[in-house]
Design a protein around this ligand. Structure first.
Ligand SMILES: *Cc1c(COP(=O)(O)O)cnc(C)c1O
Length: 375
């Protein structure tokens, strides 16, 4: 058996053909495929506008430029990839790390406590962690009651929905961001996107993606103007061709992820391995996270990772609390009252989960885990 990683892409001959066609065409970048890809994302998420960019972190940076001002306070989760909080820092705003719920998502009731006590808080950045969608009614309530900006980091949750509200639709938020890194639901190599229902935000994102430049051919054929400092966060046409081709297989991808998640949930019933939340059709299962109380085992988490790797299986950990990173500690973070996150971090790890993981491989993963944990 080959090494089983915790996540990886599925690429088939149709994907390769789609990319090859662009490599033989006139436009490698900023050609027709970018808008076509953006339209596919709009259709898929129900959002009005999409701006595709070079990666998910660039998407977070541009969204933060549009939503935040320097020194704005922003509620966010310690349980995410670094980029979520970093994007708040990029624009000189101030992340405030709020504890999570037992399901790994930010605790929105606690967020309300913060909002009640501090009327200067301007925004809330949420992550639908592992693909498990956050309560949209609560987002709507907080947005309306406290008049805050909301960003949904949907890097995990393409294909997830809550009460029929799709991740990325921005039904109760100002912007959502997506990532198309190879471990995510679909890939463009590197890649990302911002979705929004606001025409003004959309127009500004388009400019910021390309240096803050605006062509004004009505003034002169060569004329362009820059009114704001932007970046080169463009995505290429061959990446977008890959993205379009990948979306055609999305339903199969997510069906297989759910099947594998269901199998894991069943296999660990009555065992020491506790899935982060009961199996749910609402989650699009980017990750399958489990918790183990290591005080009840003879090995610790580090030994588990090492032994499982020797058996040819890659585990991962999502995530080390962002507020405990040396960079954030150096800024005075790290001692927030986040007891749920701290305990979660002690116990959690993520199992292999990707569409091409075979039944045979999954059975092997389950067998190895149970054997190593019950020595
Ligand atoms: C992957 C990821 C990102 C960053 O996306 P990149 O495309 O790797 O830059 C941001 N937030 C979360 C929650 C992610 O998982």
């Amino acid at each position: 058996m080959n090494f089983i990683p915790y996540g990886k892409q599925s690429i088939d001959d149709d994907d390769i053909k789609a990319v090859s066609e662009i490599l033989r065409s006139d436009y490698l970048t900023t050609g027709p495929k970018v808008e076509e890809f953006e339209n596919v994302i709009c259709e898929f998420t129900d959002a009005k506008y999409t701006v595709a960019v070079s990666n998910g972190t660039a998407a977070l940076h541009l969204a933060s430029l549009v939503l935040l001002n320097p020194n704005d306070k922003v509620l966010t989760t310690p349980n995410s990839f670094l980029a979520t909080a970093n994007s708040i820092k990029y624009v000189g705003a101030i992340p405030i790390f709020v504890d999570i719920c037992e399901d790994g998502n930010i605790d929105l009731d606690l967020c309300e406590e913060y909002l009640k006590n501090d009327h200067t808080i301007k925004a809330l950045y949420v992550v639908h962690f592992s693909g498990n969608p956050i309560n949209q009614q609560k987002l709507k309530y907080l947005k309306e009651k406290y008049n805050i900006k909301i960003l949904e980091d949907c890097a995990h949750s393409l294909g997830a929905s809550f009460d029929g509200i799709k991740a990325g639709s921005c039904a109760n938020s100002d912007c959502s961001i997506l990532s198309f890194h190879p471990v995510k639901h679909i890939t463009t190599g590197e890649g990302g996107a911002i979705t929004t229902n606001s025409y003004e935000i959309y127009q500004r994102l388009l400019k910021l993606r390309s240096h803050g430049m605006e062509r004004k051919s009505e003034i002169a054929p060569w004329y362009y103007e820059m009114n704001e400092l932007g970046f080169n966060y463009r995505i290429t046409d061959f990446q977008c061709a890959l993205g379009i081709s990948q979306f055609k297989k999305f339903d199969n991808f997510v069906r297989r992820r759910k099947e594998l998640a269901f199998n894991y949930t069943k296999a660990f019933e009555n065992s020491i391995i506790k899935p982060l939340y009961p199996y749910t059709e609402n989650s699009s299962y980017h990750l399958f996270v489990v918790r183990v109380d290591f005080s009840k085992t003879t090995i610790n988490k580090k030994e588990l990772f090492i032994k499982i790797k020797e058996l040819g299986i890659g585990l991962q950990l999502h995530y080390i609390p962002i507020n405990k990173q040396p960079f954030y500690k150096s800024l005075g973070y790290g001692n927030e009252h986040t007891p749920v996150m701290n305990k979660y971090y002690e116990e959690c790890f993520s199992l292999p989960l990707y569409p091409d993981l075979s039944d045979e491989e999954q059975i092997y993963v389950i067998k190895c885990l149970l054997e190593v944990l019950y020595v």
